[in-house]
Ligand binder design. Structure first.
Ligand code: G1P
Length: 300
């Protein structure tokens, strides 16, 4: 896969039940980390990696995602009139010029593999990226995770999947890969299992929500039946792809926050607040005060 990726798929049709009642009306991808919704972080990462076509796999409860990426004429006019140029720039840069958003409906929630298959008509047969916005990856002063992976995929002519080490007792929450000849940051995937029990897991190297895949994955997805949890799993289609395509596990530089969980969302919020150009000092003071008032003295 020496071709550069241009298209990125964002599966955003999930129900977000963990965050009820907030997600009764607000899609989980729109929950903010300080001042930007979760989806914006994934979108920025894809654009940084060179993508100019963003494909959102959505459903009828997720209009807020499409509205967010639409041009807000009235709001822009009002901000301009009021001389609020900084905010105007922020609103205009939700999607930079030259980047287009495409929305595809996933009528039935049949799993991640099915969601990706819904993008087939837009992707065609070129290599593309998949980003799961729940996984927020922060690499403070360096390249984003997808850019690192795109460089690797292009340099070696392979597919790539982001991985990180997890404690063995957590393997049932992830796709787990078995690799061969792991060196430096990457190794060829030999086997892949979706959410194995700790005693069945072939390793503790877990898939994080970033993938670079060849277009031929759609042929495998077509043939993939229901797997773990009764869903059509992307992991199973990739496992089938491995017979004739090299896909590397890539251990990215950066920190991953699992924003599909309460604690992950809070951790990301704390980290971005402490690093925010306008509120970092106030955030630090506020956290110190909170710990003091709650009588937390051991913060080692
Ligand atoms: C999905 C994938 C899984 C991967 C995980 C990463 O699972 O199916 O292989 O490890 O994302 O976040 P989900 O968390 O959507 O159940």
């Amino acid at each position: 896969m020496t071709q550069r990726i241009r298209k990125a798929v964002f599966p955003v049709a999930g129900l977000g039940t963990r965050f009820l009642p907030a997600t009764k009306t607000v899609p989980k991808e729109m929950l903010p980390i300080v001042d930007r919704p979760l989806i914006q972080y994934a979108v920025d990462e894809a654009i940084e990696a060179g993508c100019d076509t963003l494909v959102f796999i959505t459903n009828r409860y997720k209009h807020a995602v499409a509205d967010y990426f639409d041009k807000a004429y009235e709001l822009e006019q009002k901000l301009e009139k009021a001389g609020k140029f900084e905010q105007l720039e922020v609103v205009r840069h939700v999607l930079p010029q030259g980047v287009q958003a495409v929305f595809v409906t996933q009528a039935e929630a049949l799993g991640l593999g099915h969601a990706v298959l819904c993008a087939r008509a837009v992707i065609g047969d070129e290599p593309f990226a998949v980003l799961l916005p729940d996984d927020l990856i922060w690499n403070r002063n360096g390249d984003g995770a997808l850019k690192q992976m795109a460089d690797h995929a292009q340099a070696h002519g392979v597919g790539a999947i982001a991985v990180q080490d997890v404690p063995r007792e957590q393997t049932a929450s992830y796709g787990i890969v078995e690799t061969e000849g792991f060196q430096d940051r990457s190794g060829a995937i030999r086997r892949m299992v979706e959410k194995p029990k700790p005693e069945d897991a072939p390793s503790t190297l877990a898939v994080v929500g970033r993938y670079i895949l060849p277009g031929v994955i759609f042929e495998h997805l077509e043939k993939t039946g229901r797997g773990a949890g009764g869903e059509i799993q992307l992991t199973d289609a990739i496992a089938s792809l491995l017979a004739d395509h090299q896909v590397d596990a890539y251990r990215f530089r950066g920190t991953r926050f699992d924003c599909g969980t309460h604690i992950g969302l809070v951790e990301a919020t704390i980290r971005f607040a402490l690093d925010h150009e306008k509120i970092s000092d106030a955030a630090r003071d506020s956290m110190a005060t909170a710990l003091r008032e709650l009588g937390v003295t051991d913060v080692s």
